[in-house]
Design a protein around this ligand. Structure first.
Ligand SMILES: Nc1ncnc2c1ncn2[C@@H]1O[C@H](COP(=O)(O)OP(=O)(O)O)[C@@H](O)[C@H]1O
Ligand SMILES: [Mg+2]
Length: 305
């Protein structure tokens, strides 16, 4: 029987959904925290020790969460994802895709390179440069959004207007990510919204509109979810964004500004899908597992230890 490690700190609803979907395909699962993995070159399989996989490493790894920590801890946790891939074990999303999407600066660069529409964005370590960008943008009539480079769920994002200062070094951890503000509200004071599109295996499969209580449209910030049609443009743009960052699956945030142009705001390589599931007619976990299994687990696996 194949055994998959579901990497998570907190299995919760998503863990249960995945477990059930894997079980339906006769694949066993075990939840695993990357904090509890270690390298021990004197034992373990190929020097990797993973609780619950002592005799044999997993046949595949589904990544649901990489806990934050010190730079060293986070790098070490990602090392395990890279190491497993080095051994030929499918990791979904793999360490490279996780790194690229956790880091908003790298995501922006890759979107630009792939020709995917995304707002003008600046990322730098120099406070004076960040101030210059803010001055220039506001003088041209644009507000600016500043975001934590590794943020999520709308935490720490700020909207800066003419006359505002750039947040200090401690807020931004010494790296400023600045992006031109896209106005999604019809009148500037209500009706804010964006879209979340889920892309699996290259296909856009589900979409919802998120109506925020403010311009920050995250579900975690109280946004209301509503099913949305996967129009051609929305679906294609989201799929291009995920291809651009090289992820197996991802949740893409998109907005349409007053000029009507669609813009990709963010690509989430470890997306939650509970909100989206409520407005989607099929099981998202089953779709994810189907993609993982058919594209990565169906070829004969080499025994790695
Ligand atoms: N450039 C922008 N213009 C307008 N609103 C934005 C912009 N960037 C982000 N937002 C709003 O803030 C939310 C959170 O930003 P996002 O980049 O998705 O970071 P997070 O990782 O915190 O979700 C978005 O869903 C969107 O509603
Ligand atoms: Mg987001």
């Amino acid at each position: 029987m194949l055994r998959v490690a579901i990497v998570t700190e907190d299995p919760g609803w998503h863990g249960a959904e995945l477990k059930r979907a894997f079980r339906a395909r006769r694949i066993g699962t075990r939840f695993l925290s990357l904090r509890h993995c270690r390298f021990d070159l004197t034992r373990g399989c190929q020097g990797i020790v993973m609780p619950g996989f002592e005799g044999r490493l997993p046949d595949g790894v589904f990544v649901r969460g990489v806990p934050g920590g010190t730079l060293e801890q986070v790098v070490l946790r990602l090392d395990f994802l890279h190491a497993l891939r080095e051994l030929g074990i499918p990791v979904y999303n793999d360490g490279r895709a996780v790194e690229r999407t956790v880091d908003k600066g790298m995501t922006s660069f890759l979107l630009k390179r792939a020709g995917v529409p995304t707002p003008p964005t600046w990322v730098c370590e120099d406070l004076a440069e960040a101030r210059t960008v803010l001055m220039r943008e506001t003088a041209a009539g644009h507000d600016v959004v500043v975001k934590p480079l590794f943020g999520s769920q709308g935490v720490g994002v700020q909207r800066l207007k003419a006359g505002d200062g750039v947040p200090d070094e401690s807020h931004c951890h010494g790296a400023w990510y600045l992006q031109r503000y896209v106005e999604s509200s019809p009148d500037g004071s209500s009706g804010w919204h964006d879209w979340r599109v889920l892309v699996i295996g290259g296909d856009s499969v589900a979409a919802m509109a998120r109506h925020g209580r403010s311009w920050i449209n995250n579900v975690a910030q109280g946004a209301r979810c509503e099913a949305a049609d996967l129009g051609d443009e929305l679906g294609r743009t989201a799929a291009d964004a995920v291809a651009g960052v090289g992820a197996d699956y991802a949740g893409v945030d998109l907005m349409r500004g007053r000029d009507g142009a669609l813009q990709v705001i963010e690509v989430n390589g470890i997306p939650a899908w509970r909100g989206l599931q409520r407005v989607t007619g099929f099981s998202i976990a089953e779709r994810l597992v189907e993609d993982f299994v058919t594209r990565h687990l169906s070829r004969p696996l080499e025994a790695v230890c």
